[in-house]
Design a binder for this molecule. Structure first.
Ligand code: G6P
Length: 370
């Protein structure tokens, strides 16, 4: 079994470390290094049809739903199309306002999740264009969708999704660049800048992974016996806070909640004490100052703070008990980079607690029943 894991202790750790290669596989052959232009012929819609899209509806469960939440920020910012995001089990039981101008995008690692599949079938019946984002070749969702953008992450064995998630994000960013060009909502300059940053991401992630594992392993020791955790983020990193909290819950069985940092004062601040550590995502982006002022409120209440920030951030040592640094890159790529230390932190804490990381209790890799 060690051979299958390529020398890693668990599939999850192997899959975390495979992310640079997996992300490369997602954009390889699709992203032009010179122009940042993206080809996605598998969508199967012509320019006229693509211009007619009035709305995008993203439908998914679990970690895939978190990828959808990030994509809403990207698509609305760069393509200017309204995007709605649904948990599949909610989507299928509410009144849907769909027609042929709506592009419905089911997102699923396995392509077999029952609720996501049911959502796809409903959307098709109502005439929507259904373009799936999926990892498993030939899975049910890919067979029923009008088109599929494969993530090419390779097989994911660990129940807690890691590389499939960062590849879903990569595929959704490619979709953003693609639609931004076809619909002429994005300048060539912006497209190139994001395209180039994406091309450089695998090498950057590869270089940082060993250090991130060391840093998170050290921090994990200080929080092994915590019973509750709060994860905060803003903007496109708010869904990353949700994903970080989900990873911790899934494999360490510590209660964790993800929250939009600005929402702190509307409830969770009442819980802050020495027993409720707060992990905050604070990349140097357009909402950085806002996050820092939210974190100051935690500090003022004597909370224990782990800050995930960009290298060179002078503020963070003053505020936080622990700091995890992530290299500076294009703002749009932060969600893909910042989730990595959160995956590792959950992994290290779960290990210290003696949990079965690859096969957590009560969870299944794919949920094929309602
Ligand atoms: C299960 C898995 C999660 C996954 C979710 C959606 O809950 O344990 O890791 O995110 O299903 O799965 P899908 O295959 O549709 O992405």
């Amino acid at each position: 079994a060690m051979a299958e894991k390529a020398g890693y202790r668990h599939f999850m750790l192997k899959e975390i470390f495979e992310q640079p290669q997996a992300i490369l596989n997602t954009f390889r052959g699709r992203l032009d290094p010179e122009t940042g232009k993206v080809q996605l012929p598998e969508i199967g819609l012509n320019a006229v049809e693509l211009k007619k899209i009035s709305r995008i509806s993203l439908v998914a469960c679990g970690t895939s739903w978190h990828a959808a939440l990030v994509a809403k920020y990207w698509l609305e910012k760069w393509v200017g199309i309204p995007v709605e995001v649904d948990i599949a089990s909610e989507f299928r039981y509410r009144r849907l306002l769909l027609d042929e101008t709506v592009m419905v995008v089911p997102i699923s690692q396995s392509g077999e999740t029952a609720d996501t599949l049911a959502g796809l079938r409903l959307a098709k019946k109502m005439g929507a264009k259904v373009i799936a984002i999926c990892n498993v070749l030939g899975s049910t969702i890919t067979r029923e969708a009008h088109g599929t953008i494969y993530t090419h992450a390779g097989p994911e064995i660990g129940v807690a999704s890691t590389k499939a998630f960062t590849c879903q994000l990569t595929a959704l960013l490619l979709l953003t660049l693609f639609l931004g060009e076809v619909r002429k909502t994005m300048s060539a300059k912006n497209r190139k800048a994001i395209g180039h940053a994406l091309l450089e991401l695998p090498a950057l992630m590869e270089q940082e992974l060993p250090r991130l594992q060391e840093e998170t392993a050290r921090i994990a020791e200080a929080f092994t016996h915590s019973r509750d955790f709060l994860y905060l983020g803003r903007g496109s990193n708010f869904p990353i806070a949700l994903e970080g909290a989900l990873k911790l819950k899934e494999i360490s069985y510590i209660h964790a909640e993800g929250y939009a940092a600005g929402e702190l004062k509307h409830g969770p601040i009442a819980l802050i004490d020495r027993d409720m550590p707060v992990l905050a995502l604070a990349p140097k982006d357009s909402v950085y100052e806002k996050v820092i002022s939210n974190v100051e409120e935690v500090k003022a209440r004597n909370g224990r703070i782990i800050l995930v920030a960009n290298a060179g951030d002078k503020n963070c040592r003053r505020i936080a008990e622990q700091v995890i640094t992530v290299p500076l890159c294009h703002e749009e790529l932060n969600p893909i980079l910042f989730v990595v230390p959160l995956q590792l932190l959950a992994y290290e804490i779960a290990n210290l607690r003696g949990c079965d990381v690859d096969q957590p209790r009560n969870l299944a890799k794919s949920v094929t029943v309602e």
